[in-house]
Design a protein around this ligand. Sequence first.
Ligand code: ADP
Ligand code: MG
Length: 291
Amino acid sequence: MSVIELRGIKREYRMEGRKGEETVVVRALRGIDLTAEAGEFVSVMGPSGSGKSTLMNILGCLDKPSDGTYTLDGIETSKSDANTFAYIRNQKIGFVFQSFNLLARTTALENVELPLFYYRRKKNDKRMSAQARKELAISALKNVGLESRMNHYPSQLSGGQQQRVAIARAMVNDPAFILADEPTGNLDTGMSLEIMGLFQELNEQGKTIVMVTHEPELASYTKRIVTLRDGALVSDTLVNNRRNALQDLEQWNSEHEQISENFYTGKVPIRHLHDESGNPAESAAHTEAVI
Ligand code: ADP
Ligand code: MG
């Protein structure tokens, strides 16, 4: 059984004209057929305005198509009522956004526990106990390598760590697939590679991932690339010679170090660029100030 099955998906936006003007219909999706099996890692690409966000909203059960069917993990979503639709969204999909979307006054652990407050294994099941929630959240944080940071608040974590928390939160319900929207859009190169490495690792563990991105480099870490243009799916290709993000991260780190060594010509030992806790100085401006 496919995890995702889209058949003839259309989405039109009707824009009511002002008095005397005609109604304009924007055909954002013009009949999309797309199937994804468990264990796939798919990127969705396409120029601005091609329909990526519209497709993402439909895949994420945030919006319903004007026409066509969407079967998610065997459930035909378009016929479901509002409650069932919300239930499917909560149980079946793990969201990862560009802006992390963590609650600021809430620890990493509590952020990851959040989806479990609404979680029921079956539709009429009892809610989960506090202990069970905590255990699941800790194991999700372990899985993203952040167990030691579980009591930190988002502001006490780097961007890459915040995104790891968001990924743990996306996975804690054991969803049918993870839906990521430009997940590295707010991260520098090193952290982006780290996050792509984590996605590759999770995918190796069997997680199904769909990622929207406009960066071909990021897509080269996934297994399959589908491309939209003007609301239609214009190509669907498997990635040959897939790149390994953690290897690229290592390479990037070593090049990066070399650049700073050359730049500082050995006059200032590199360790002076790090604060006492061993963290790299925060920004270029900060680094300058330290020197
Ligand atoms: P992308 O994410 O690839 O940039 P979108 O899915 O946001 O593309 O948009 C696809 C098309 O639908 C564009 O022409 C856009 O202007 C239009 N569109 C998107 N959302 C709306 C909306 N809420 N109302 C009217 N038109 C919309
Ligand atoms: Mg968009």
